[in-house]
Design a binder for this molecule. Structure first.
Ligand code: ZN
Ligand code: ZN
Ligand code: FE
Length: 736
């Protein structure tokens, strides 16, 4: 007889791990027990040596699909003479480290339950089990047990209790287990809600991590009304489709995209849309891609039918404020937008938006990391000190580190208003408690005006580490790819505060976690009126043309669309150097080219012009424009000159857009080649918001690989500023 204790760490709670252990222990005829601990799961098994060996084998190999074992320790104990195997109640919280599970989309078996007229959960919108359902959004504290969730106010009925206590049941210890008798309820019958949606109304629907604003995506008038009321002039709305067939009706879906759409995380997937599908043009004006997700809770599944196949499902907020999650705040904040409400009485402890991903360069790439991902830890493959990194300003996330992990927060949003700041602070407080992190340093961006920087400065008694924006971008890419040694970092980005006080964004770094050298950058151009130049790409086009041609700017067609007085003001600024910031931004260069092509002279959201430039780029065009590299400065004036010439010759915009993308990829190859020759570095990390552009990312990747580089992209955190906090965290953690 032997007895072993196994301690497993990772994602082992809330994913059906204890019933799994129970089952395999019995299969192998072993006695002992299994329990959740704050650090994961602890098991003791007793039996003959061969059976214990087979048990350990199964333990490693057959773990539930949603489980993730990061660490497993086995020790020998003296036999205790146990005769049966039991599941023990969870122990109390101590100072150890546990990973909290993210929310998981409804599983196929649960879907079977609530669509089966004979099942006691028929049409019940809060059906869940050990393999699916709410987790992070309802957890108040750890260990993850029902009394520490927002389900604590729903005592289980006898039938649910029986399932909960039966190790052979799929709902054994499913903490949010519920049924129509004992569980949460909707306040309006679903039939009525479907009727309102069919009638063209906008409904605020309380879901898993907050409210959505929903309307029928095929009802053009409804979508336009939503757009007007939400004051979101052009930013695309996400869609939720009834099933995969409906997604395929409106979009082109690859095999990989299908897997992501139907996976347990159910993010919004950015897909190429098909023309002429009946989806309102107002869903994503000027865009040839569209974000679509499949239902991820029973409530969402049950919204469809009766002629409703595809819904707009956009975050329930006003412009850039955080998503609304409490019933009582909904009327005040969404009253001007929604015609009606669908709420329920299950509390949302933590607000979590839908995640957004795009599939390219062979895998899923996260663009917005929220539901289904947060608060999953990212294994860094190295020990780290405990730090807090507060992130950037736009698309903010923060990040905690501990042990071997980085734990990024869910998407917080643009830190530009009081509500978002509050969301930041409440989430930070919550996550620090969950993960028991006591930061020894706080990392922040160098930009003195970022609210996140000011949050860090307001924390007394803790050392601060300022991290340059693009160093953080590249460090984030290094961290998730487990790179420690020096790399070449290519940061193509919109805006980031440089160490010279200028706006950086077309950067070639040589860096590791300890520091960086700026080895190349796009030649500076003036941004007339600072941030106004972000909203008005024509200002960047004019600046580039003046840099290229001096006073003799060629009269390209787009200039005719700019009112003379406004142009004169900007020309004066550029000529006099008044209200000017210098920028090396790649994002602003994309803006300038989009404006030159007449695609977009003014934007409603950051990156809009660049998205449209990608959208029009013709396939199969591979010839770059000439450019010059002068020391550290990459001179793009020859590119602008050629584009201006081709525009005058009548070369089609899509061809120019394609050649421009090729040019940026060619620049990456050229500059990385020079750095490789000087420093013998072969590894290249690509990061920055511009790499959300699939065409650019794929062309840079392919060209660099062709030239013998080892190239790393983001997958787990966004290349945009949502990934900044991870980079800041590893840099600060590495600092002495
Ligand atoms: Zn389930
Ligand atoms: Zn019940
Ligand atoms: Fe950035």
């Amino acid at each position: 007889m032997v007895r072993r204790r196994i301690r497993a760490r990772g994602i082992v709670q809330g994913v059906g791990f204890r019933p799994f252990v129970y089952r395999i222990a019995r299969e192998h005829g072993l006695a002992g027990w299994v329990a959740n601990s704050p650090a994961g799961v602890t098991v003791e098994v007793e039996g003959d040596a061969a059976s214990v060996g087979r048990f350990l084998d199964s333990f490693r190999r057959e773990a539930p699909a949603l489980a993730q074992i990061d660490e497993m320790a086995v020790e020998d104990l003296a036999a205790a003479g146990d005769t049966e195997f039991v599941i023990r109640e969870s122990g109390g919280a101590d100072a150890e480290f546990v990973l909290v599970p993210p929310d998981i989309a409804t599983c196929a078996e649960c879907r079977g339950d609530f669509t089966d007229p004979a099942n006691r959960r028929y049409l019940y919108p809060f059906t869940n089990c050990t393999n699916c359902g709410p987790r992070y959004t309802i957890i108040e504290d750890i260990p993850y047990d029902r009394p520490f969730t927002t389900m604590s106010v729903f005592p289980m009925c006898a039938e649910c209790q029986r399932e909960y206590e039966d190790p052979g049941d799929r709902r054994f210890h499913a903490q949010p287990n519920a049924c129509p008798v004992c569980g949460p309820r909707l306040d309006v019958p679903l039939e009525e809600v479907r009727g309102l949606l069919r009638a063209g109304q906008i409904i605020a629907i309380k879901g898993l991590g907050g409210f959505h604003l929903a309307c029928n995506a095929e009802d053009d008038a409804a979508v336009r009304r939503l757009r007007e009321r939400k004051r979101r002039s052009d930013k695309p709305f996400a869609l939720m489709a009834w099933d995969l067939a409906e997604v395929e009706r409106v979009c082109l879906v690859s095999e990989d995209e299908r897997a992501v759409l139907t996976g347990a995380r159910r993010p919004i997937v950015i897909l190429d849309r098909r023309p002429g599908t009946g989806i309102s043009e107002a869903v994503a004006p000027g865009n040839n891609t569209i974000g679509v997700m499949l239902p991820y809770t029973p409530l969402h599944h049950l919204l469809f039918g009766d002629g409703l196949n595809i819904l707009v499902m956009t975050s329930g907020n006003i412009s850039e404020e955080p998503i609304v999650s409490r019933n009582e705040e909904a009327p005040a904040r969404l009253g001007g937008i929604a015609d009606a409400y669908l709420t329920h009485n299950r509390g949302i402890r933590t607000r979590v938006d839908d995640s957004v991903v795009r599939v390219y360069a062979g895998r899923e790439r996260v663009i917005r990391r929220s539901r289904g991902f947060a608060p999953l830890a990212i294994d860094l493959g190295m020990p780290v000190r405990q730090v807090l990194a507060v992130g950037a300003e736009l698309k903010n996330t923060f990040c905690l580190t501990k042990d071997h992990y980085a734990i990024p927060s869910q998407h917080i949003g643009d830190l530009e208003n009081f509500e978002t700041l509050e969301f930041f602070e409440e989430t930070l407080e919550h996550m620090r408690r969950f993960f028991r992190v006591e930061p020894v340093a706080v990392a922040h961006d160098l930009h003195p005006g970022y609210l996140s920087t000011r949050i860090a400065q307001g924390m007394s008694g803790i050392p601060r580490v300022g991290v340059q924006h693009h160093h953080a971008h590249i460090a984030a890419c290094m961290a998730e790819n487990h790179l420690r040694e020096k790399v070449i970092g290519v940061a193509f980005d919109g805006t980031g505060y440089g160490t010279d006080g200028q706006v950086w964004g077309g950067e070639f770094l040589v860096c590791d976690f300890a520091g960086f050298e700026r080895r190349g950058h796009f030649r500076y151009v003036p941004m007339a009126g600072g941030d106004q130049a972000i909203r008005e790409p024509w200002r960047m086009a004019l600046a580039w043309l003046r840099e290229t041609f001096g006073g003799a700017v060629p009269e390209l067609p787009f200039l005719a669309a700019i009112p003379e007085r406004r142009r004169a003001v900007v020309e004066a600024m550029l000529a006099g150097g008044v209200q000017i910031v210098a920028t090396s931004s790649c994002g602003r260069l994309f803006d300038a080219v989009a404006a030159m092509l007449g695609l977009r002279l003014e934007t409603n959201f950051e990156g809009q012009a660049a998205i449209e430039l990608e959208a029009v780029a013709a396939p199969g065009v591979h010839e770059p424009y000439p450019f010059e590299v002068d020391g550290a400065a990459i001179d793009l004036r020859p590119v602008i000159a050629r584009i201006a010439g081709e525009l005058r010759q009548g070369v089609p915009g899509p061809v120019i857009a394609a050649r421009f993308h090729e040019t940026i990829a060619a620049i990456a190859v050229e500059v990385c080649g020079r750095i490789r020759a000087a420093d013998r570095l072969e590894r290249v990390c690509l990061s920055g918001g511009t790499f959300q552009n699939r065409r650019l990312a794929e062309r840079c990747l392919d060209s660099l690989v062709c030239h013998g580089f080892e190239v790393y992209l983001h997958a787990q955190v966004p290349p945009n500023d949502g990934g900044i906090s991870l980079g800041q965290a590893v840099i600060a953690s590495n600092a002495a």
